[in-house]
Design a protein around this ligand. Structure first.
Ligand SMILES: *Cc1c(COP(=O)(O)O)cnc(C)c1O
Length: 407
């Protein structure tokens, strides 16, 4: 392999936690937002200022909705101010009351959106290989009070959508997919948003495709689009009538301009991340104690995240020790998702939040670690990151003595 000599030398580096120089002189974050072509963005903003139509169903939001709809192969795409509000509007547009079955292995917003709507979250365990909610666990958790399921395509990995469809049909449940990580993913030749009643996107700056802050609801039927459009605009039907409890869920024209200017280069972003992911996979192959999320073969990935699982005994360091030691190298790895959403003090007294009921999710949350991945990360950065991991493994006994994780 090219660079073998430097690789060997880098292994001999003294880890920063043992007094060596950090692998990077400035922090390498787990993600960095993509930026659009500046002149494209400024042209859109200039037009926006001239029009003085800054929000409320403006031309740029409409254009973004149509481009996203066509790009995602959806029936409709309704822009929303953020992914969390998109979850809330999606749940209300389906008229959900009662209990919503969801996963603990997610970003807090998934569960907060349920609770904020006055609904009760019911947690289910995950499949340890895919990290996604387990369809059999949904089947076992469903009761007469269950109204909907809210699964997450974790790190862009499609849920077992066909199994979930069978379970929801049997119990008469609605399905809203949290598609915040799965922009552009397809499964078995179909866009991932083809499954379920509705899917939501987050277009937050940390996501693969973003509008700084933003979100969307993706679905198929005109009737649902009408409900969503009403609910995101206070329920205003016309000057005479306000129907239902709407909210301000609108995306502004400024945010839409950002998305429109970004969209043409999103395939480049995905291609860059794919190349970096392949380098990570090459370099990680054969390192004892590191395991990876399993993706199905019959899908198109979006390479939104790169995560590893750390097996303490086989690797020589715990996930928490590795996390701390890598951060000392200026490699700002993150523990997504730890703590679990179910560990929040508001939820942890729910019977289904009990760790003994969620063994796979709990085990994964002690092992998972997100490594840096974004389009303009360099292949050499990936090499240096993995070299730092290898150097820490080589020095594991010293690192274990030095790094206290309070556990
Ligand atoms: C980011 C994220 C959200 C929330 O989206 P916002 O746009 O930040 O409100 C919801 N669910 C998951 C899984 C996410 O990662």
């Amino acid at each position: 392999m090219a660079g073998y000599r430097t690789t060997v030398l880098r292994h001999k580096r003294t880890p920063a936690v043992l007094g060596g120089a950090p692998a990077f002189s400035a922090p390498i974050y787990v993600t960095r937002p993509r930026l659009p072509n500046e002149s494209d963005l400024f042209d859109l903003i200039r037009g926006l200022l001239r029009s003085r139509w800054l929000t409320n169903d403006g031309a740029l939001v409409r254009a973004l909705e149509e481009r996203l709809r066509s790009r995602l192969g959806a029936g409709f795409c309704a822009a929303i101010c953020n992914g969390t509000t998109a979850l809330q509007v999606a749940l209300r547009s389906l008229g959900i009351d009662g209990e919503v079955i969801t996963t603990p292995f997610t970003f807090p917003a998934t569960v907060h959106a349920i609770t904020w709507m006055g609904l009760t979250p019911v947690f289910c365990d995950i499949d340890p290989a895919s990290y996604n909610i387990d369809a059999d666990a949904i089947d076992a958790a469903a009761t007469g009070r269950s109204r909907a399921v809210l699964p997450v395509h974790v790190f862009g990995n499609p849920c077992d959508v066909n199994a979930i469809e069978r379970v929801t049909a049997r119990h008469g449940l609605r399905t809203v997919y949290d598609c915040a990580h799965a922009f552009g993913v397809s499964y078995r030749g179909r866009p991932i948003t083809d499954w379920g009643d509705l899917s939501i996107l987050s277009l937050h700056a940390t996501k693969l495709f973003h509008t700084v802050e933003g979100g969307a609801i993706v679905g198929r039927t005109a009737a649902l689009l009408e409900r969503v459009a009403l609910l995101r605009n206070f329920g205003i039907v016309n000057e005479e009538e306000v129907r239902g409890i709407g909210i301000n869920g609108k995306l502004s024209e400024l945010h839409a301009a950002m998305g429109l200017a970004m969209l043409p280069s999103i395939d480049d972003e995905i291609a860059q991340r794919r190349q970096l992911t392949e380098r990570y996979l090459q370099r990680i192959d054969g390192i004892p104690g590191i395991r990876l999320q399993r993706f199905p073969v019959d899908m198109v990935r979006n390479y939104a995240y790169f995560t590893i699982e750390v097996d303490t005994d086989a690797f020589g360091l715990s996930r928490d020790q590795l996390h701390k030691a890598l951060r000392a190298e200026n490699i700002m790895v993150r523990k997504y998702f730890s703590p679990l959403a179910s560990a929040n003090h508001t939820y942890r007294d729910l019977p289904t939040a009990d760790p003994s009921y969620l063994p796979n999710a709990h085990r994964l949350s002690t092992r998972i670690l997100s490594l840096p991945l974004y389009g303009d990360l360099q292949l050499d950065d990936v090499d240096r990151i993995i070299d730092a991991v290898l150097a820490l493994q080589a020095a594991a006994s010293g690192v274990r003595r030095t790094v206290s994780t309070g556990q």
